[in-house]
Design a protein around this ligand. Structure first.
Ligand code: HEM
Length: 227
């Protein structure tokens, strides 16, 4: 059971995040987050260059069996998921909020949940859903994956939002969160009347993409030369 104070903090974050909905017409590129909503939050912003190249990513795609067909089904999922972004974030935030060992990473060292931090990260998380489904995995996207990795790691966590939360997320939970993220997407992928086969293929493509991404995010966590 989560305490009353924690529950209020999560509710606040959900409400604030829910108000900052970033809807666009299906098919149009998503509007960049506004500076107040998501400081330095979108691919294309100034981020460090990743040592991982497009050629490296092509080999990683082969390792995870990611093909053009997966890119096609991710793009199909974009139109399906975009109008449901806030509901998806409610489910994912609900999961993190229900797990004290995960909520701790959005809290101060003393255990105080940071609703403002939750809300600000939520805006970038919404953008991430669209970027993942857009499947334009070019060098700018690869560079931004390094930035996301850094933001989970002590070398970059809290800085984007000026948050006062614990300074590092342990890698073990990042890789494992792939399962709840992809599993809970299923009802949203089913919601627009696609065939079971299309839903399966969209979900498989999401699994491969999230695995590619959490692998890229692990870069700051591993010893030099080991990635
Ligand atoms: C599959 C696993 C995960 C996914 C897909 C994911 C996704 C994301 C995304 C998209 C962002 C925003 C990135 C940006 O700044 O543009 C983010 C930030 C964040 N995530 Fe994760 N995440 C995962 C695992 C975790 C875990 C296990 C935790 C622990 C609770 C966590 C806590 C956070 C925090 C605290 C931030 C804000 C970091 C900062 O900028 O200070 N994430 N995550």
């Amino acid at each position: 059971m989560i305490g009353k104070r924690v529950a209020i903090a999560i509710l606040l974050a959900l409400l604030v995040g829910g108000c900052s909905k970033q809807s666009t017409q299906a098919g149009e590129p998503p509007a960049p987050p506004t500076p107040t909503a998501a400081p330095a939050g979108a691919p294309g912003d100034t981020v460090s260059k990743s040592p991982i190249t497009v050629d490296d990513l092509e080999l990683m795609k082969k390792s995870v069996l990611f093909t053009e067909e997966d890119a096609k089904y991710l793009k199909m999922s974009r139109a399906v998921l975009e109008p449901q972004t806030e509901a998806i974030l409610d489910v994912w935030y609900g999961f993190v909020g229900s797990q004290p060992h995960l909520l701790a990473y959005f809290s101060s060292a003393a255990g105080e949940v940071q609703p403002d931090y939750l809300a600000k990260v939520r805006v970038r998380f919404g953008q991430w859903i669209l970027d993942t489904a857009q499947a334009d995995y070019d060098q700018a996207w690869i560079d931004y994956q390094l930035e996301i990795g850094r933001r989970h790691h002590r070398i970059g966590k809290n800085r984007t939002d000026g948050a006062d939360a614990v300074d590092h997320i342990h890698l073990r939970h990042i890789t494992l969160l792939t399962v709840p993220i992809v599993h809970t997407l299923r009802p949203f992928l089913e919601a627009k009347g696609h065939s079971a086969s299309d839903v399966d293929k969209m979900q498989q493509a999401w699994l491969k993409s999230v695995l590619l991404q959490v692998t890229l995010w692990s870069y700051p966590y591993v010893n030099d030369g080991d990635f």
